[in-house]
Structures are given as C-alpha cells and as structure tokens.
Design a binder for this molecule. Structure first.
Ligand code: MF3
Ligand code: CO
Ligand code: CO
Length: 312
C-alpha cells in the first residue's frame, strides 16, 4: 500500500471515530448503530432548534407538511435536470442548474457550505460511490451518474438521489442500476412501525447479494428533518430484528449504495469522493420518508414518473 492509500485510510478511520459521537454525513460506524441507547424525542410544532443529541426525533403533522414540500422540490429538481445528463456536459453545469432550481424553489442547497463542501449537489459517476464533487470534467458516453440533491426549504431537508444513464450504457451497468432501485424500494417496504432499522438493511442486503452485488457498509441512510444528518443510522446491510424500533413520526433516508464488485470503499485525497476499492461500478438511489401509523410516506417521489432510467 502506498503512502497515499495509507493517508486515506487514516482519514476514513478518523471519520469513523467522529461518527461514534455524531451521526454526521451518514458515515456508518462500522455498519452498526453505535450511538447512545436508543432514545426518542417528540418535536413540538414550531420548535425550530433541534439538537443533534443522538435522540431519534418523532414529528407530527407540521413536520410531515414541511417534509412534503421540501421533498416535492427535491424530486422536481431531479426531474428537471434529467434532459441535461448527456455526454459532453460538465458536472459543474449540472451543479449550477441544481443551485438555480433550488433557489427558484425558495430553498437553499443544504450541501452548500456544509462542513466545507462548496457545491449544490453531489455527482457520482461510475466507480464513484457517493459525494462526487461537481467539476469541469465532462460526462462520457456510457457513464452511469448519480445526482444527489438536498434543498433546505422553510427549515426542512428533502434529500434524494437518482441514477441517470448517459448515452449508450452497457447491459451490465443498466442491470446494476435497476437492481439498486429495487433495493431502495424493497428497503422502503420494511419501513413501518414495529419493524426495526435492521429489517430495512437485511432486506436490501439479501436482495443485492442474490445478484452477487456488494452492499456498501461505510455510508448509510440517516434521520433528517430540521437537521440534515441525524439519528438513527439507517444501515443497508444488517440482521433482521436489530437496531432502533421504527415509530410513527420518524423521518429518515434510505439510500443504498450497491457495487458491481466487492463492498469496500476508499476515500480520495480530496476528503469527499468515495470510490469502490476494486474500481467496480457503483449505483445509488435515495428517498426521504416518514414513518406513518400503517407504513411510510415517501416525500421525494417524482411527480413526472421519472423514478428510474430510462427517463426519455
Ligand atoms: N446528500 C448526501 C446524503 O445523502 C450528503 C451529501 S453531504 C455533502 O446524505 F457535503 F457531501 F454534500
Ligand atoms: Co442522505
Ligand atoms: Co442525499
């Protein structure tokens, strides 16, 4: 292993340590919920300041209304940029469009200035697992592209991502994208009161591994609402019946990252870009959801039916 890889490893380990204290950036603490004992906190209407204190927040109708609006805008942004994702376009141009659509919608991109991140979305291409940084690099024919947006609207976060296919994409890559979307929806089916967070991950893992795909462990879904990244950690691989109990009023993301090859990732020297260690392709879809009395509500569903590619 070179010095560069060693440095990346140390950094990743440092981030893992931080995530024992806070659930930040959805970096999983070794694929387990390692927070304090599971505690729940009811968020009263009008309470704008919510602490990242490790408690799982339970929201009422006001929260659902806020998340519906933020989620709808997030989905609309992903709908609107679909025609732009073509060979020859720079990811910076897409980022500019995301910022424009976010501001036009009366929101701000939650990623802008978040822990030093200077962009309005993340764009992760091919073997980039997540947190790809928009740049002057152009999209190429055959690329699979994840775009992840998080408008912050009236104090609520709508966090969602989809895959896009640029030009002629191989059957192997398209199959990975399809199965990853199915992983998200299979996870969402488990999101209901009485189930546990681990039931979501277990269902996703079983399905992904039936195709011999690798489920990324280093990043996970997360509670959100007034905060961008909050408890609980929503693992995408795990054992059924483990982890925090799902209760009505919980808001969280489910955002499986599925690799054509093995699960491990490494962090590039920029401190953000996560790539598959074996350079295999990786895909991801993300929804923000709220647990209801009977199941869950998806806040970030496309209003145009653009759930997964092809979009045209
Ligand atoms: N939207 C990502 C998520 O799903 C987080 C991106 S944070 C950034 O949790 F700083 F990398 F943009
Ligand atoms: Co997220
Ligand atoms: Co996201």
């Amino acid at each position: 292993m070179g010095a560069w890889a060693g440095a990346a490893k140390i950094r990743l380990r440092r981030i893992f340590k931080q995530s024992l204290v806070t659930t930040d950036l959805a970096i999983c603490a070794h694929n387990r919920y390692v927070g304090p004992m599971t505690e729940y906190q009811i968020v009263e209407p009008g309470s704008e300041t919510v602490l990242r204190d490790g408690t799982i927040k339970l929201h009422g109708p006001e929260g659902f209304e806020g998340m519906r609006k933020a989620g709808r805008l997030a989905a609309m942004i992903l709908d609107e940029i679909a025609p732009m994702v073509q060979p020859g376009v720079t990811t910076a141009a897409i980022d500019d469009k995301v910022r424009e659509l976010t501001l036009d919608g009366g929101a701000v991109p939650a990623t802008l200035g978040y822990r030093g991140y200077a962009h309005s979305c993340c764009i992760s291409i091919n073997h980039v697992v997540c947190h790809g940084i928009p740049s002057e690099k152009t999209i190429k024919d055959g690329d699979i592209v994840n775009i992840d947006v998080t408008p912050l609207l009236d104090g609520w976060h709508g966090d969602t991502s989809r895959m896009y296919l640029a030009g002629d994409v191989s059957l192997k890559a398209r199959r990975l994208v399809d199965v990853t979307y199915e992983c998200l929806m299979i996870g969402i089916e488990q999101a209901k009161p009485g189930n546990r967070v681990g039931d979501i991950g277990a269902a996703i893992q079983a399905y992904a591994e039936s195709f011999r795909y690798g489920v990324v462990r280093e990043f996970c879904g997360h509670g959100l609402g007034r905060l961008f990244h909050d408890a609980p950690e929503v693992v995408h691989a795990g054992r059924p019946g483990t982890g925090p109990l799902l209760k009505p009023g919980m808001f969280m993301t489910i955002e499986p990252m599925i690799n054509l090859g093995k699960p491990p990732v490494k962090l590039l020297a920029d401190g953000w870009t996560a790539v598959t260690r074996d350079k295999s392709l990786s895909a991801q879809f993300e929804h923000s959801i709220g647990i209801t009395e009977t199941g869950c509500e998806i806040f970030t569903t496309s209003l145009k039916g653009l759930h997964k590619p092809p979009y045209a």
